[in-house]
Every structure is written in C-alpha cells, then in structure tokens.
Design a binder for this molecule. Structure first.
Ligand code: HEC
Length: 176
C-alpha cells in the first residue's frame, strides 16, 4: 500500500462521515414540520368523583367504622398503647394519662396528669369521631401533643381499640 492509496482511504472515510451527517441535516431540513403551539385535540381526563362513606359532610360514618372492630381485637391492639397507658380501673398514670373511662370524657381531664398545652387547648370531648381522628395520627390532629405515637393506620384497629376503651368505663358512651 503506498501513500496515495492511504490518502484515498482516509479521504473516503471522511467523505462517508460527511455524507452521513450531511444527509441527516439535509433531511431534517426537508422534513421540517412546524409543530402547532396547541395540540389539535385534547383528551379530557375523566373526572373521578371520590365517594365518601357518608355523603357530603366529609365526616366519616362511625357506625360503619365500628362495625369493623371488636372489643377482643381492641384488647390486643391496646398492647401498643400499654407502654404508656393503663386502662384498668384505678390505674395509675404512666408516660400517658390513665385511660379508664376516657370515651365520652373531656380531653385532658385527669387532674394529676400534666398534659401538654396543646392537648389542654384542644378541649374537646372524646367522642368516637374525635378519638378516631386522634388515633389516626395524634400529632396531626392535635399539633404539639406529647403523645409520641405514630398512629393506627388500620380502621379495624382504631375501631377495636375505641370499643375496648369504651368497655373499660363506668359509663360507656352509646354506640351509634
Ligand atoms: C409513647 C407513649 C404513648 C403511646 C404508645 C400511646 N400514648 Fe396516648 N398519650 C401519651 C401521652 C404522653 C399523652 C398525653 C398527651 C398530651 O398531653 O399532649 C397521651 C394521651 C392520650 C389520650 C388523651 C387522654 C386524655 O385524658 O385526654 C388518649 C385518648 C390516648 N393517649 C390514647 C392512646 C391510645 C388508644 C394508644 C394506643 C393506640 C396510645 N394512646 C398510645 C403517650 C402515649
């Protein structure tokens, strides 16, 4: 192979490369189509209506929630609470206040327990609605509560533990 042939090979490679790129650019130019600013037609997403369990009020249906639970299951769920709470009659406060008779009681009502300011300010009665909201995620429902508990995700667990606490009372509240 002499120098001239090498030159030819190099030249043809360069030509090849130029052709590939050149044709690419050229076709870009040939087939350039201006895109319309607005799509010609839009597909409407179907509007999904969320079905709440109790019509328009947004409140949850407590009777339906409670029907998922049982006192027996609640007793088991309460093990998660018993690190901090006693629910037995005559029980002592631990990290959290004694919970005997808590359902239907005013929040923050145990006189020898030092509640957080947030819980005292909340000042509501522990109805099923209130308790359910608190137990889903305590810190979200009462910002600043010192109850360091993540919450009960399961509806069955919340329903059950509420039924169980209501059974641990001198005057249980009426179940809806
Ligand atoms: C890590 C400890 C801890 C755990 C676990 C815990 N709590 Fe509490 N709980 C507290 C503390 C502390 C308070 C006082 C909150 C405050 O003053 O803000 C409290 C307050 C409460 C109150 C308000 C009582 C009142 O007199 O107004 C209820 C009801 C309650 N807890 C229920 C539960 C239930 C039910 C569970 C289990 C599912 C549970 N807690 C798990 C620490 C705990």
């Amino acid at each position: 192979m002499n120098g001239f042939e090498i030159n030819k090979i190099v030249a043809s490679i360069i030509l090849g490369v130029l052709l590939v790129f050149g044709v690419g650019k050229f076709t870009d130019f040939l087939f350039f189509v201006e895109k319309p600013a607005e799509p010609a037609y839009t597909v409407e997403a179907p509007v999904v209506k969320t079905v709440s369990s109790s019509g328009s009020s947004g409140a949850i249906d407590i009777a339906q929630l409670l029907s998922m639970g049982s006192i027996e299951h609640g007793q088991k769920v309460f093990k998660k609470c018993s690190a901090c709470h006693v629910v037995a009659k005559g029980g002592k406060n631990k990290i959290g206040p004694v919970l005997y008779g808590v359902m239907g009681r005013k929040s923050g009502a145990i006189s020898d327990y030092k509640y957080s300011k947030a819980l005292i300010a909340h000042a509501k009665t522990w109805s099923y609605e209130e308790m359910n909201l608190y137990l889903i995620k305590p810190q979200a429902h009462i910002k600043g509560t010192k109850m360091a508990f993540a919450g009960l995700k399961s509806e069955k667990d919340r329903a059950s533990v509420m039924l169980y606490m209501n059974s641990m009372s001198d005057k249980p509240i009426q179940n809806p």
